[in-house]
Design a binder for this molecule. Sequence first.
Ligand SMILES: Cc1cc2nc3c(=O)[nH]c(=O)nc-3n(C[C@H](O)[C@H](O)[C@H](O)COP(=O)(O)OP(=O)(O)OC[C@H]3O[C@@H](n4cnc5c(N)ncnc54)[C@H](O)[C@@H]3O)c2cc1C
Length: 392
Amino acid sequence: MTKDKNIPVIIAGGGIGGLGAALALARKGIASLVLEQSDEFAEIGAGIQLGPNVFHMFDALGIEDAVSEHAVFIDRLTMMDSVDGRLIAEIPVDEKFRERFGKPYAVIHRADLHNTVLKACQTHDLVSLRTSLKVTGYGNTENGVVVRLADGSAQKGRALIGADGLWSTVRSQLLNDGKPRLSGHIAYRAVLPLEEVPEELRLNAATLWAGPRTHLVHYPLRNWELFNLVAVFHSEYYTEGWNAVGARDELHRKFENVHRLPRAMIDKIDEWRMWVLCDREPVCEWSEGHVTLLGDAAHPMLQYLAQGACMALEDAVCLADKVAQMDEDYPAAFQAYQQARYLRTGRVQLTARLFGDIYHASGVARELRNQWLGSMADTPGESPLAWLYDGP
Ligand SMILES: Cc1cc2nc3c(=O)[nH]c(=O)nc-3n(C[C@H](O)[C@H](O)[C@H](O)COP(=O)(O)OP(=O)(O)OC[C@H]3O[C@@H](n4cnc5c(N)ncnc54)[C@H](O)[C@@H]3O)c2cc1C
């Protein structure tokens, strides 16, 4: 195969996954061009949880210290029953947890994580970043790809990585499998300055209030200046996308019967942003010739395990490893990457759905959940999520 080192790998989408892939490739000596449809590289104002598995990826990408500067290292994951206000279960993510998994558990503002990866890309000669360019399609050629853009131009690439998220254009051409599956669950998100957070809830934890067809998550961000809030409920009313203003009245109706503490948090927020929660059935093939998918474009998942971005970064590191190991034989490397990733990401997709049902249980299911989770050992190695936190 002829390799023209002046032709980059093209990455559609400059989210956490796309930028992570650019950085991972650059660290293997491979040049890429990231094409982002928005007029700037940016993330929304909300938090994100980081399992120990993704800290191994930060390490591989050379950004662990930079990420850690912005992260809050919580000491436990807490599940509360939002009907009676009782503790259901607690997973300590303390020293013992760190020893067991080799890395910590943390929370971070999305913009801080995205910016950290962006800065690392900006300082690397092998990464080119372009905004206001929307990928509309591609053609596989013998030695690479030709990527079509919405402005009518075309760009040659050694390969194409579709990291263009849930509504991926690259996926729709590659797999032609229709729109993502609407879960019927809606997330409303907001951030609250620390001084407005009720004192009883200023906890160094990711706290989840599980209730019938609803749940609320909160945790501290940005050196404890802010609290991240995500309220999830079942609803048929939504605006597609991730940034529409939410209907406060509907949210209050859905949470009217929950315990006073989660209500106290919810009452503090005037404006919520809506996120329609979608996923897809897992697939085992998402590559063809010189084209592959990564992150939400490949395996969109519900957020109930807090792992979508973590999986995108695991993808990025794995993909770059395979490309380097196979001496830039992209079709072979993309097959090997997909083979290495599909069972793990599929497991996260399906387990996340199950966790949604567990969080939203009512009646007998709620009682059984509380008994089951309440009786679980808090030894990190025995966690039902050890397979996830242990990493790929
Ligand atoms: C409520 C909620 C909470 C979550 N919490 C967590 C959590 O705690 N931990 C965690 O790990 N994950 C979490 N996630 C999941 C996480 O947000 C996603 O999995 C992650 O952002 C996916 O990254 P990505 O780069 O694959 O896609 P995206 O972040 O969607 O990025 C795609 C990029 O591609 C661009 N783009 C799209 N189409 C085109 C095109 N045609 N041409 C060019 N550019 C294009 C977009 O503008 C965007 O910049 C959560 C998700 C939700 C909804």
